[in-house]
Structures are given as C-alpha cells and as structure tokens.
Design a binder for this molecule. Structure first.
Ligand SMILES: Nc1ncnc2c1ncn2[C@@H]1O[C@H](COP(=O)(O)OP(=O)(O)OP(=O)(O)O)[C@@H](O)[C@H]1O
Ligand SMILES: [Mg+2]
Length: 368
C-alpha cells in the first residue's frame, strides 16, 4: 500500500518560503497532477517526496511510514525527469538496468526485468543503442523504463513529455494512462499541459506561490473553480471575468451586467453576499451565437462589438469589448464575423460564475 500524505509541509530556501502549509492525502493508486505557473513549487514538491530536498517543516508519509529522515534510495519512489537524465555512454539496456545494478541485483535478473520493460515500452529492438541514437520519444521511454524496472510504490513525473512534439506527446500520454490503468501505482505528475492534466488525473492540485488553490477532479475544478485564479488557470481560452453589480429586489438577487439586469434563479446561492460590485465569470464556450444553442436555461442576449477574430479550423475565437472589459467567445467555425461588427450573443444565468472582488473567492457555495 502506498498512500502518500503531506501534512503542513513547508520548504524554504534561505528566507524564501517556496512551499507553505501544503497538506494532501493521496490514496493508494491515485493519479495526481500538479498544475500551476512556473516557479510555484511543483518540482520542489516532487523533490521533497523523492528525498532530494529536505522539508523545513511538516511530515511526509508513504504508506504508514514517515519518510522525512529516510534517504532517497530507501523511499521506494522512482522519478522521471523532464531532461530524462540518461547516461550517454551506456546502452539503453544498461540505462534501464542501472538502478537495479546499484541495488545489487544479479545480471541475469536485471536482463530479464529490462527485457520485460522494453517490450512493454516498445524499446526491445533498441536495447543495444546509446541514447544519442534514439529519438526524443524513445529516450523518454528509456527514462520511464528505468523507473518501471524498480517496481516502486510511487511514481513521480516532472513534465516528462514537454520536450516532445504534439503528436508524440499524445501517443505517450495514452501510453502513460494505459500503464497506470494496468499497474495502479500511486503517481504524482507535473505538467503545464492542460490536456495532459485533464485526461490523466484522478485529481488535480492547482498551486500558486507554494500554496494549494484547489484540489479536485478535473471535471470539478473546471465546473466549480474555487476562486478567480483557478477559473482563469483551468480552461483554454481562459474564463472571461468582468465586473458586474449585485443587488437584491424583493429578496431576489439581481446581477447587472452592462445594461442588462439578470434576476438570478433561487438555485444560485450567493451565500447572502452584500450588494455591490462583484466579478462575473463566463467561459468562452458558454457564450453562443444562436439563442437556440443555449440548452441549459433561458437564453439572455449579450450585445457585443467584435474587435478581433481568430480562425482555428474547427472553431473561431471572437474577441469583443464589454465596457472596459474584454470577452472571448468560442464559436463554431461556420460563424462568419469580423472586426467592428455589432453582434448579439446569448448565454444563460446557470453558466455564470461569481467571485468576490477582494478575495477572488467564488461566491457559490458548492465550490470547495
Ligand atoms: N535550490 C534552490 N535554491 C533557491 N531557490 C530555489 C531552489 N530550488 C527552487 N527554488 C525556487 O523555488 C521556487 C519553486 O521552484 P520549482 O522548481 O519547484 O518551481 P516549478 O513550479 O517546478 O516551476 P517550473 O514550472 O518552472 O518548473 C522557484 O521560485 C525557484 O526559484
Ligand atoms: Mg519544475
């Protein structure tokens, strides 16, 4: 069993606090993706778990064992780095088997384990080659093979696919998912790629400046972002966020968006937020060019002036002015519009998100 637990973990380099109050409970076999801007502490969290850095405060456990003081090689954790870190002078076979050799395994046993991993990763015909004679994707698979043969309790991946082109990334993503389905090893995976995060993760952890902003399934964090930061970080193009006014008329919440008053259905609970300015969020895919495309509620008109159009093949990203704010609408490619057009778009209130201006936190109750 290899559940992984971080309890109030902190890490400082000198006076710089890189990780703060970091607590997570990862179940045995879960696939966790860490997402966040560059420098927010993702690699540091993996390195703390692998034992390559020491915690400044808090407790890390693997299974029921506290590993704070344990040397890296005693932690039963294997890490795949972005740079692959292969030994250039060794063959693929020796690169994959190197960890086993260090652990004192017999040559015949090493060769058998390397063979098994190589077949699984479709590397069996390359075992005699050196890393420089391999493509990027093949090198990446060697790095994965090296982690796999050790049969660790926990896998750590630090942006393993970021050096590959889009097509190969997608193949490798499918392969990583299949391997996880087969072996169900607890995995922590760092990526900048939203598609990787959404397709691989049981849960994503969104980090900012070393602190957790939200933890949840990909679906949950997309549909119910806990705050403005998560709302703009998850989803591409990012969620539109515009200023609006909240008031109450005979007890009913009313949002004034531009010149339009939108009475909110009672199913939307803003936790009795007082009247005043708030931020309203709406995803580019929840604004439609036809009223009939609004399927989840009553279509409300949204007149906008188009400022730019980006044709992407399957869709068009339309940029439009909304008062002092800007909105992006993702529309089907057939919709033909151009800069300067005045267009009435449609949306419905059930797809709106609401955030506090000061804290940035969601005003909807079910977001945590
Ligand atoms: N050994 C170190 N000494 C001082 N500061 C460090 C050290 N290692 C990391 N940092 C700092 O800690 C912060 C977090 O670094 P980390 O490598 O974990 O970020 P990251 O989220 O993995 O970023 P990226 O997406 O760019 O890889 C950064 O501000 C970095 O400069
Ligand atoms: Mg990193």
């Amino acid at each position: 069993m290899a559940a992984v637990k971080f309890e109030d973990v902190a890490k400082s380099f000198g006076d710089v606090n890189v990780i703060r109050d970091f607590s997570i409970d990862i179940q045995d076999g879960e696939f966790i993706v860490l997402l966040g801007p560059s420098g927010c502490g993702k690699s540091t969290i993996l390195r703390l778990l692998a034992g390559l850095e020491e915690v400044t405060d808090g407790v890390i456990s693997v299974g029921d064992k506290v590993v704070n003081e344990l040397e890296p090689k005693k932690r039963d954790i294997a890490m795949v780095f972005q740079s692959y870190a292969l030994y250039p002078h060794m063959t693929v076979h020796d690169n994959i088997g190197f960890g086993l050799k260090l652990m004192g395994h017999k040559p015949a046993e090493i060769t058998q384990k390397v063979q098994e991993a190589a077949i699984m990763l479709q590397l069996d015909q390359y075992l005699a080659r050196k890393p420089k004679e391999l493509s990027g994707g093949q090198r990446q698979r060697v790095a994965m093979g090296r982690a796999m043969v050790r049969n660790p309790e926990v896998f750590l991946f630090d942006e393993p696919l970021s050096n590959l082109d889009a097509a190969l990334r997608s193949v490798m993503r499918t392969q990583i998912k299949a391997l996880h389905r087969q072996f169900r090893k607890t995995t922590l995976y760092v990526t900048h790629d939203q598609i990787e995060a959404m397709t691989l993760a049981d849960k994503v952890i969104i980090l900012r400046d070393g602190k957790v902003e939200q933890i949840g399934s990909p679906r949950h964090v997309f549909l119910h972002p806990a705050n403005k930061f998560v709302a703009s970080f998850i989803g591409s193009p990012a969620m539109n966020q515009v200023r609006a006014k909240l008031s109450y008329q005979s007890g009913q919440a009313v949002i004034t968006l531009g010149d339009t008053d939108i009475p909110l259905p009672t199913s939307i609970d803003l936790a009795k937020k007082e009247e005043g300015e708030i931020i309203v969020g709406i995803r580019p895919t929840d604004i439609h060019v036809h009223a009939t495309s609004v399927t989840s509620g009553e279509p409300l008109p949204l007149p906008l002036r188009v400022t730019a159009c980006d044709f992407l093949g399957a869709s068009v990203h339309i940029e439009a002015d909304f008062g002092d704010d800007r909105m992006i609408i993702e529309s089907p490619a057939e919709f033909d519009t151009s800069e300067g057009d005045q267009v009435t778009f449609y949306f419905d209130s059930s797809r709106l998100h609401f955030f506090d201006v000061e804290s940035g936190n969601s005003l909807l109750s079910q977001q945590t």
